[in-house]
Design a protein. Structure first.
Lengths: 344, 383
């Protein structure tokens, strides 16, 4: 059904017929999804994609996306969905290969916006070296969703030598981040209703598989790798502390934070360490490997501002603590309650 | 961030810390109450206590607007949203404060009440304009700092004839609360709470000035130093208090001169006086009923007074008995003295108001300072 010159889906907005299993839906799939996602697997046009044999250890993940607004400085829900899914594979040491995408569309959603999102997804998937091989579209009545929700499943392949896990942090290990913290959450906030402050903060939303691969190439024994999304660096470190049964000691002055993000957080009473990132990696490795890993990160375009921000310590209380830039110390805690809903 | 980072400078902190160690008399203990939750927050967030000698203690005061609101006022807000079907606009901190039977605004919202989180009174006015067929109530809380924006909102509503907007006024006043603490038997007679001086409010004082503190510095012979909210402000002000104590002085001094004057912001004061007047008494959580310690809306703005527009039922508010918030707010107990602290009461599941707001003593202890219960080992670990 993907013949050239396929007529464009009728109308400028999604209506209920686009999800009814009839011709309108097929036209939408042809003129938008198949057109931009085209690859040999998707183009088979069958109910599932036959992927053939894949060599290596399979890693699989799934991720739903409900961000508001759909378009924000530095990205959109499409780029976010692909990057988010790919990054979950990347931090497992996997090379992302295949993605499936499920769209929940709200009646009345502009088709032009959908196409923008799909083009962005296709571009981000290419950037990450992955293919979108299957998809699904459902339409719900106006008011039953908010524009578009996208759920992705990702499949990647990891070499046997690489097996990072949140349970592998050991006292003495170094903690590294690939760049500035809190950019995505503050970029979203800046676009939100009721928060009309002017800021040029751009989301860091990006696929990180190439950076992760560059890091594993230099230090295959990276013990833990994570992407600190919702809850920010603080939540991710607390999770790892609990998984590994250790404490963490951070040095605030070493944690990279964009001055604009710091200023916005100051204004809103937020802590950048609690705010979501969508294009940053956190890694924990042995102290001996730390400098080499840092060097590899800084040489990669997605890790220029990488830094060693602290180390893993023994602590039966499993606390993440921090030497403040002021010279005191404090706990770095999970955030309580909902700080920023629908951030990704 | 210009004008902020200068006040968080580690090098200067060391210098002031050195002066404090030199000047604090090792033979005596110093207990200073920081009235404001903003100071409590700064002390814990930046780890100011780590830079103090062991004989300098901070006693956490009741200056956290969310913490001092009595349970029945929270129950009133829940009632407004649930029984009167209004759009209730609230600052975020209020959302999670538990009322009677742990019922909070966030739970009422989950059950279908229309409660909106706003960042300013202007947001609430905007919501009122956009929903002309709905009643919109702004849940106004806070000390003298948040009162002028409420006054502005009422004046704008009146000028626009915004008939569907009202304000549920819970604004309280700082000086009567400090006076009340100093007059309490725990401080005056029993000596349970030792207070050698006060770190005076910073933002509040930018509005009311430093003069209103003069009488109790004199009456109670306690030094007051108006302190900014940055960690260096806290340290410098502590040094100034130590000097006053050492020299037997009890004066109002102003460390926060970059913002606070003796008279304060006269324009804001006039605005507030035009819209609000003193309540004869108001109940504070922890302090009980304090005479002339809160504001209500003047008759001229009565049409925008939620308490007048909606018939609120009298409340039989119930506190959780084992919750020590009331004693903690008076400085009588520390968060760690409470049996619920960190067990059933955590920021995720707060039982008392002090665990909700980031300015509450319990939340600050738990979120930033709970390693102090054991061995503070971060300093050496991070090196």
């Amino acid at each position: 059904m993907n013949e050239p010159g396929h007529p464009r889906a009728p109308g400028r907005a999604i209506d209920m017929t686009h999800g009814a299993g009839g011709k309108a839906g097929e036209q939408l799939i042809g003129s938008i999804f198949r057109k931009h996602f085209s690859n040999p697997f998707l183009d088979q046009g069958d109910d599932g994609a036959a992927l053939g044999e894949v060599a290596g250890r399979l890693v699989m993940t799934t991720d739903g996306h409900v961000v508001a607004p759909l378009f924000f400085p530095g990205g959109d829900i499409g780029r976010l969905a692909v990057a988010g899914t790919v990054n979950d594979l990347a931090v497992m040491g996997a090379v992302p290969r295949f993605l499936t995408a499920s769209f929940i569309l709200e009646e009345g959603f502009p088709i032009d916006d959908l196409e923008r999102i799909v083009i962005s997804m296709a571009a981000t998937a290419r950037e990450a070296g992955a293919q979108i091989v299957a998809g699904d579209t459902k339409v719900v009545e106006r008011g039953k969703a908010d524009g578009v929700f996208i759920a992705l499943t990702g499949l990647g392949v990891a070499p046997d030598a690489v097996a990072p896990s949140g349970s592998k942090a050991r006292p003495g290990d170094a903690i590294l981040v690939s760049g500035t913290m809190g950019d995505h959450g503050v970029a979203i906030l800046s676009k939100r209703e009721n928060l009309d402050f002017e800021t040029e903060i751009v989301s860091d939303c990006q696929p990180l598989a190439d950076l992760a691969q560059a890091m594993f190439a230099v230090v295959p024994g990276i013990r833990v790798m994570r992407d600190p999304t919702r809850g920010g660096l603080a939540a991710t470190l607390n999770e790892i502390a609990h998984q590994s049964g250790v404490g963490m000691a951070l040095i605030e002055a070493e944690i990279p934070i964009d001055p604009g993000v710091a200023a916005a957080c100051e204004l809103l009473g937020l802590d950048p360490l609690n705010i979501a990132n969508e294009g940053k990696l956190l890694a924990i490795c042995s102290a001996e490997d730390a400098e080499r890993l840092l060097d590899a990160m800084r040489r990669h375009p997605r890790g220029r501002r990488a830094a060693i921000i602290g180390r893993v310590v023994e602590d039966r209380a499993l606390l993440v603590t921090m030497r403040t830039a002021f010279g005191g110390s404090r706990v770095v805690d999970w955030i309580a309650g909902e700080q920023l809903p629908r951030i990704c | 961030m210009k004008y902020v980072t200068e006040y968080r400078d580690a090098g200067l902190a060391k210098t002031v810390a050195g002066a404090i160690v030199r000047e604090a008399d090792a033979g005596r203990q110093y207990h200073f109450m920081e009235f404001c939750g903003g100071h409590t927050h700064a002390i814990f967030r930046y780890g100011v206590q780590d830079l103090m000698p062991k004989n300098v203690h901070f006693v956490h005061g009741p200056g956290c607007p969310v913490c001092v609101l009595p349970v029945n006022r929270i129950d009133d807000a829940v009632e407004l949203a649930e029984r009167h079907g209004v759009i209730l606009c609230s600052y975020g901190d209020m959302m999670r404060v538990p009322g009677t039977k742990q019922r909070s605004l966030i739970r009422a919202k989950a059950d279908g009440a229309d409660i909106r989180l706003v960042y300013s009174t202007l947001d609430a006015l905007k919501i009122a304009r956009e929903n002309p067929d709905r009643q919109v109530v702004f849940f106004a809380i806070g000390f003298e700092t948040t009162t002028p924006p409420s006054a502005v909102a009422l004046k704008m509503a009146k000028a626009e004839g915004l008939a569907n907007f009202t304000l549920f006024c819970n604004h309280v006043l700082t000086p009567p609360a400090i006076g009340h603490i100093l007059e309490s038997p725990e401080v005056r007679e029993l000596g349970v709470v030792k207070i050698d001086g006060f770190l005076g409010p910073s933002h509040v004082s930018s509005v009311i000035g430093s003069d209103p503190y003069a009488w109790f510095a004199e009456e109670f012979r306690k030094p007051v130093v108006i302190a900014g909210f940055e960690p260096l402000d806290v340290m410098q002000s502590t040094l100034m208090l130590i000097r006053q104590v050492n020299e037997g002085r009890h004066e109002v001094e102003n460390e926060y001169t970059r913002v606070v004057t003796r008279q304060g912001n006269l324009k804001a004061q006039t605005l507030v006086a035009e819209v609000f007047e003193l309540r004869q008494s108001f109940e504070w959580r922890g302090l009980g009923t304090v005479p002339y310690s809160a504001l209500r809306i003047r008759e001229a703005f009565a049409e925008f007074d939620a308490e007048k527009r909606f018939a609120l039922t009298p409340k039989q508010a119930r506190e959780v008995k084992s919750c020590e918030c009331p004693s903690i707010l008076r400085g009588v107990k520390k968060p760690t003295d409470c049996k619920l602290f960190g067990t059933t009461c955590t920021p995720e599941n707060p039982i008392g108001s002090c665990m909700v707001s980031s300015e509450g003593a319990c939340a600050a202890y738990w979120t930033y300072g709970r390693f102090r219960d054991g061995q503070p080992r971060v300093a050496e670990a991070a090196e």
